[in-house]
Ligand binder design. Structure first.
Ligand code: NAD
Length: 522
């Protein structure tokens, strides 16, 4: 891999993978078009070898226990915080995002490491269970959580560290070894951290990455014991189908088309600021971006005017550690073509762009922050995932109509409702999605205490909270005999008297009334 060129980028567009040769990824800076690195693609054989290597080291990692593993992950946390400028430079170069959007990544990871490090004992520590029947009085019941030995993580390009290491952290804290395949568009930042884990932190060889496009991802699915996939629902289906061949469990975090509902009693300025940030943050390339907004009639005109003014003010372009802008580049050319198609389709069908509405002038692959009105659910921009700096705003009669429209989607990732606290909460509880925010947007992702997962076609499984670490474990129930003679009453040889005794005891404890308990009925 050629590297160390990440900071040298300046202007143009990202074409993502392609390359000098079939076995190389060519990494371009979306904000400049400059080539910043070539990365060797891992063949299926090399994926298998990497998985075998970390698999061999996993038992020792698991044997460190929760505290021992947290100590190592704590060193990773410290490294991320100490080296965040270096990591941010690389990530900005490969994604074209602005500094503020990139800065979330190391701090989220530091918080997540501490969260799972301190909660793991509660979430996956051994459980002692009291038997439900006196027939098991002689047994001790325990449940232990043992990791899937090797977890494969396949990740997208929009948050190269959060959506790869962010899954590796709970998996490793649970005792698994991890192999990550980052997106072909953003292979560099993660590779830098994985190299640091080995070379600078000196961590056990249980964290690795493999590089490539879909073929490498497919090979990883074949080799691992659990697959954590984040990406489009189209690829998610393929991953699940491939995992079915080896009966490998999967967790899928897929796309979204998140609605925001603005009630007439909302603090309108807060709702406007939230819509602008929730819709445009990371150039709208967030699975939980606000993509559709439904506003109650009495406040619609004022909301639209304020939102247009707010979005119109956003500064677009490349920035760095010394400068500050709000809207960065489109990371994947495939995605910017989709954004252009959705906006074009809406405009051709009668919608109006109050600000933005087209690609920005180069150099760099930028799409102008866009507010669309006159939209409806026949348009792609209100139905399919746009994943760009675009929001469509619709006027609704009341909250019932808003809810009907918000829930009229094949996706169900998250959503938000703005309004008077109690009314907004009542409405929010009826939005059909995995997480809903009241008078805020996107914030549920940072509330790692609670699970986050998609309903409908937005996914299967959860990250965060207790389920976010338990999913990396297999349960092993351990049933221990506290006392017993040479044989149990249920063992051979069968006799009529013992058989009758067992049935009478079971009956006495399970029947609802005394007649049945004594065997006088039934
Ligand atoms: P994508 O589905 O194109 O690719 C995701 C990953 O899958 C990449 O690493 C890619 O190389 C790999 N891949 C492609 N084909 C594969 C195959 N056949 N087998 C195995 N792996 C394969 O998605 P993307 O364009 O990188 O990311 C954008 C999508 O991710 C959007 O739909 C977005 O909503 C979604 N996303 C979801 C969440 C979430 O938490 N729900 C978070 C971020 C992004």
């Amino acid at each position: 891999m050629e590297s160390g060129t990440a900071q040298s980028s300046t202007k143009a567009t990202n074409s993502g993978p392609g390359g000098d040769a079939a076995d190389q990824l060519e990494v371009l800076n979306p904000a400049t078009g400059a080539k910043i690195a070539s990365v060797a693609i891992d063949s299926p054989q090399s994926v298998a070898a990497t998985v075998a290597r970390v698999r061999a080291n996993q038992p020792e990692w698991e044997a460190l226990g929760i505290e021992g593993r947290y100590r190592w992950l704590g060193r990773l946390r410290d490294w991320l915080l100490d080296n965040s400028d270096r990591v941010l430079d690389t990530m900005q170069a490969e994604t074209g995002k602005v500094r503020a959007d990139a800065s979330n990544e190391p701090v989220y990871l530091a918080d997540l490491i501490n969260f799972y490090g301190t909660k793991a004992a509660k979430f996956i520590g051994e459980e002692s269970v009291r038997p439900h029947t006196p027939l098991l009085a002689a047994k001790k019941l325990r449940v232990q959580y043992r990791p899937h030995p090797v977890v494969g993580i396949i990740s997208p390009w929009n948050f190269p560290l959060i959506l790869s290491l962010g899954d590796a952290v709970p998996a490793m804290q649970a005792g698994a070894a991890v192999v990550i395949k980052p997106s072909e568009f953003t292979p560099l930042g993660l590779a830098e951290v994985v190299e640091a884990w080995r070379e600078e932190i000196g961590g056990p060889d249980v964290l690795a990455c493999v590089q490539g496009v879909g073929e490498t991802g497919g090979a990883l699915v074949d080799e691992v014991d659990f697959v954590q996939f984040t990406g489009s629902d189209r690829t998610g289906r393929r991953v699940m189908a491939r995992a079915a061949d080896t009966l490998t469990p999967v967790s899928l975090e897929l796309g979204g088309k998140d609605p925001m509902i603005v009630l007439s009693d909302a603090d309108l300025d807060r709702a406007v600021n939230a819509a602008a940030w929730g819709g445009m943050m990371n150039s709208g390339q967030v699975c939980m971006s606000v993509e559709r907004i439904y506003v109650e009639e009495p406040v619609y005109d004022e909301f639209v005017a304020k939102l247009t003014a707010e979005v119109g003010k956003l500064r677009q372009g490349a920035d760095d550690a010394r400068d500050c802008k709000e809207i960065g580049a489109m990371t994947s050319p495939k995605q910017s073509a989709i954004v252009e198609d959705h906006v074009g389709d809406a405009l051709a069908s009668g919608a109006k762009a109050l600000t933005g509405g087209r690609r920005a002038e180069g150099p760099g692959d930028y799409f102008e922050p866009t507010v669309l009105v006159g939209v409806d659910h026949s348009m792609k921009v209100m139905r399919d995932e746009t994943f760009g700096p675009v929001v469509g705003v619709m006027k609704v009669r009341d909250s019932e109509q808003a809810l009907r429209l918000a829930n009229d989607s094949r996706y169900g990732l998250s959503g938000s409702v703005f309004g008077e606290k109690e009314r907004a909460e009542r409405v929010a509880r009826r939005v059909e999605c995995g997480a809903v925010n009241v008078n805020d947007v996107l914030v549920n992702y940072f509330a790692t205490d609670v699970p986050m997962g998609g309903w409908k076609e937005s996914g299967i499984g959860y990250r965060h909270g207790e389920p976010g670490i338990k999913k990396y474990c297999r349960t092993e129930s351990v049933v221990i005999t506290r006392f017993g003679g040479k044989r149990e009453p249920t063992w051979y040889p069968y006799t009529k008297s013992r058989r009758g005794l067992i049935v009478r005891i079971a009956r006495a404890f399970n029947a609802r009334d005394w007649r049945r308990r004594l065997g006088l009925r039934g």
